[in-house]
Design a binder for this molecule. Sequence first.
Ligand SMILES: NC(=O)c1ccc[n+]([C@@H]2O[C@H](COP(=O)([O-])OP(=O)(O)OC[C@H]3O[C@@H](n4cnc5c(N)ncnc54)[C@H](O)[C@@H]3O)[C@@H](O)[C@H]2O)c1
Length: 252
Amino acid sequence: MTREFEGSIVAVTGAAHGIGRAIALGFAAEGAHLAMLDRDGDALAETAEAARAHGGRVLTLEGDLLDTDTVEAHFARIAADFGPVHTLVNNLGQTARENYSEFYLAKAETLDFVIGISLRATLHCSRQVVPGMRERGAGKIVSISSDSAFNGDIGTVDYAAAKSGVLGFTRALARELGPHKVNVNAICPGPTNTRAMQRIPKDAYERARNAIPLGELCEPEDIANAALFLASEKSRFITGQVLMVNGGRVFH
Ligand SMILES: NC(=O)c1ccc[n+]([C@@H]2O[C@H](COP(=O)([O-])OP(=O)(O)OC[C@H]3O[C@@H](n4cnc5c(N)ncnc54)[C@H](O)[C@@H]3O)[C@@H](O)[C@H]2O)c1
């Protein structure tokens, strides 16, 4: 390890499980101080302990990020305890899962939930760090979208809409913040080996795998590697871009 992020302050949403956990641990291994936001307190504590083993400071912030007051309180606490956030990773997001349906059957509350968790939370969390990044003339915002935004998978119209929104957000904000040397980029994972994928029926899992030219599902660490790259100085001239990390399932 190069400890590339030694002393850097990184906030990760949805950091307790899955891709967020891998991103948080990836930054911790490179020396970052981590603010980890999630509603699952037990899992957050476990991931935080694994992160602390790398020697950096770790702040856990438990609560529902669909609630704007909670988002504001969490980021105020990060500023007070750690100081300015250098990198924000907007990882939070999901499909309707058990309420999954084709659009003609969709319930209004399901659409609101998916847009809230997969798009609105990204805007509200970003709003907390953008003024400081703009003022300091430095910062990185990396948002996790999905290759479903390009593929348009059946049954996840709401999710494709929300994740496409994350891409529009990324491009417009990159243009606004470019003159302030703040990089804003997005990553589109394909189907990734997290809890949700491990719970789906075996035949659906096989179908997902067979649709990927590289012949296997993405691992959370593949997304973490991309996030670390987009938060590093190696990507200093990359902004407003979408990085597909999907084994070639969809080309862009
Ligand atoms: N797993 C995949 O196959 C896949 C594919 C493409 C994109 N993505 C995207 O990657 C990101 C991470 O997905 P994942 O599969 O790792 O998810 P996950 O369900 O494994 O983890 C999500 C985390 O968010 C937390 N969380 C959920 N609701 C919350 C809330 N209201 N407030 C605070 N925390 C909350 C959970 O406790 C959990 O720790 C999401 O944006 C997802 O849309 C995932």
